[in-house]
Design a protein around this ligand. Structure first.
Ligand SMILES: Cc1cc2nc3c(=O)[nH]c(=O)nc-3n(C[C@H](O)[C@H](O)[C@H](O)COP(=O)(O)O)c2cc1C
Length: 215
């Protein structure tokens, strides 16, 4: 099929790139959420956006579990905190926990119960192609990373805050969410509105000179 590509004027492109940067740089990882509900329609459209991501051989190696049930959220919090307790109490090399000190995070994860929506993202080892043939997914991690980035961006653009959460290990997600062992938990996204007095770590992003070279 023919691509429907409409070239924009250079000035428009420059303006759009600047506007997008100004919007996306406001995204921050939030750890204090309000319980206010989110319209399902927003979540559905953001997941559809994630599903447009480029991916290896178009095998789309992802599955998204949207969790709204209070009971399931409480179960996930309890399971995550068991792992987080180990993590913060000698379960991983000190070098790792040292890198997190400036974020002031700890084993307590109330946001897992408070935020209105959690999205557990699973990476599939194989999926069915357009002819229904089961195919091993290549570049699955790269693909799901791109889709997750697009999901976070879509949620941000919709006016929502997120936290990328990776309790380690994450196998409890398969059990609680009834996903097959062939699916690997990729990460857990916490989605909602920040509290009115929400604080975020005072961190900086690298400037352009240190993240790019021209050749
Ligand atoms: C793959 C990945 C895993 C992360 N895991 C956690 C986590 O388990 N807990 C947490 O509080 N933050 C987690 N974060 C959030 C990072 O700490 C955060 O993105 C980083 O400090 C930069 O802050 P910013 O997102 O506000 O720009 C994770 C981020 C990524 C990309």
């Amino acid at each position: 099929m023919k691509l429907n590509f409409q070239k924009k004027a250079a000035e428009q492109m420059c303006a759009d790139a600047e506007i997008f940067y100004q919007q996306i740089k406001k995204r921050r990882s939030v750890r204090e959420f309000k319980p206010d509900p989110i319209p399902d329609e927003i979540i559905e459209n953001c997941l559809l956006s994630a599903g447009t991501a480029p991916n290896g051989a178009n095998l789309q190696p992802w599955h998204f579990c949207v969790i709204k049930s209070q009971e399931v959220k409480s179960e996930l919090r309890a399971a995550a905190e068991v792992h987080e307790h180990k993590f913060y109490n000698g379960g991983v090399p000190e070098e790792w926990t040292d890198t997190l000190k400036h974020l002031n995070t700890n084993e307590s994860k109330p946001f897992l119960e408070i935020a209105p929506v959690l999205i557990a993202i699973f990476q599939k080892a194989s999926t069915h192609d357009h002819e229904g043939i089961e195919r091993k997914c290549y570049y699955a991690k790269e693909s799901i990373g791109i889709a997750t980035g697009m999901l976070i961006t879509a949620l941000h653009q919709s006016g929502l805050a997120t936290l990328t959460h990776t309790p380690s290990p994450m196998n409890f997600l398969n059990k609680i969410l009834d996903r097959p062992s062939s699916e690997k938990p990729f990460l857990l996204l916490i989605v909602g509105y920040p509290t009115d007095d929400c604080e975020v770590p005072d961190i900086e992003k690298h400037g352009i000179e240190s993240i790019r070279t021209y050749h």
